[in-house]
Design a protein around this ligand. Structure first.
Ligand SMILES: Nc1ncnc2c1ncn2[C@@H]1O[C@H](COP(=O)(O)OP(=O)(O)O)[C@@H](O)[C@H]1O
Ligand SMILES: [Mg+2]
Length: 275
């Protein structure tokens, strides 16, 4: 299996981002660097500001304070209904290839994407004729097809049933191995974060701050029962106050938290990853 290693260059950099809606402070001084090729997951309690943070990343929402350096081109992957219902699967995928002008090349690439997601024989059906998991695969193919370096995903699998979610995680890991991208995934699903991300940032209750950072140096796809995944899940639940520190998972030794390593300083939590 080939390993994709993130470079040390930051593709996305959030510097002291704060967001307030009227008097409600949602984000409070968030620093995040996402390196080129890295997969970062943001987890946190419902309503803490995850979607708000992703909207700041995409540029859709201007922060009240702080600065964002982002690549010129990026793509959002939505939870559901991101496809145009009046277009076929293949037409939806072609929409993601708008930068490719040569018709023959567009056709070749859309067919390769259909192959990648295993839906070649579904090219001319409409989204309502597909299952939720299939629709989400088309959504991924459309996002990947654009060659944009950065994918921002907001709870992309949360409308799917549990087994389909598990399959989609493997599918995403496989697609990223074939077509590497930098990814920021927002999810309330802690297992999803631990199974997929190179780094998990755990946000606090609103106003959101980065409470902890967990580095997972394990190739994808990962089993849910992999000791580092189990240990990461336990650690996140502990940070969120749902499990206690002394629960015996035998896993903490596998997990390294850069925030802890930075011991007391560490405002910019991204710097502690071991390579
Ligand atoms: N446009 C807005 N105007 C006012 N309040 C908002 C707006 N968008 C989000 N909020 C509030 O900000 C908080 C965080 O929302 P959100 O980022 O959607 O949380 P999450 O995605 O973590 O569940 C919530 O309390 C929400 O009500
Ligand atoms: Mg949200």
């Amino acid at each position: 299996m080939t390993r994709r290693t993130a470079s040390s260059r930051a593709l996305l950099r959030l510097d002291r981002i704060s967001v307030a809606f009227d008097t409600v402070v949602v984000l409070d001084g968030i620093d995040v660097d996402v390196r080129d090729g890295e997969f970062v997951a943001l987890v946190g309690p419902s309503g803490c500001g995850k979607t708000t943070l992703l909207n700041v990343c995409s540029g859709w929402l201007a922060p009240s304070a702080g600065t964002v350096d982002r690549p010129a081109r990026l793509r959002m992957v939505f939870q559901q209904d991101g496809l145009f219902p009046w277009l076929t699967v293949s037409e939806n995928i072609l929409l993601g290839l708008e930068q490719v002008t040569d018709p023959a090349e567009r056709k070749r690439r859309s067919e390769a994407l259909l192959e990648l997601i295993g839906l070649r024989t579904f090219a001319s059906v409409y989204p309502h004729q597909l299952s939720g998991g299939m629709r989400q695969r088309v959504e991924l193919a459309r996002a990947i097809g654009g060659d944009t370096p950065l994918l921002l995903m907001d709870e992309p699998f949360s409308s799917l049933d549990y087994l389909t979610r598990l399959k989609m995680r493997r599918e995403l890991a496989r697609i990223l191995r074939e077509q590497p991208r930098t990814v920021v995934l927002v999810t309330h699903d802690i297992e999803e974060a631990a199974q997929l991300a190179d780094r998990v940032l755990v946000l606090s209750e609103r106003p959101a701050r980065v409470r902890d950072e967990i580095v997972l140096d394990v190739p994808r796809p990962r089993d849910l029962t992999h000791p580092e995944v189990v240990a990461a899940v336990h650690r996140i639940l502990t940070v969120l106050g749902i499990e206690s520190e002394d629960t015996d998972t035998n896993g903490d030794r596998f997990v390294e938290t850069a925030v802890q390593q930075a011991a007391g300083g560490g405002q910019r939590a991204a710097s502690g990853r071991k390579e």
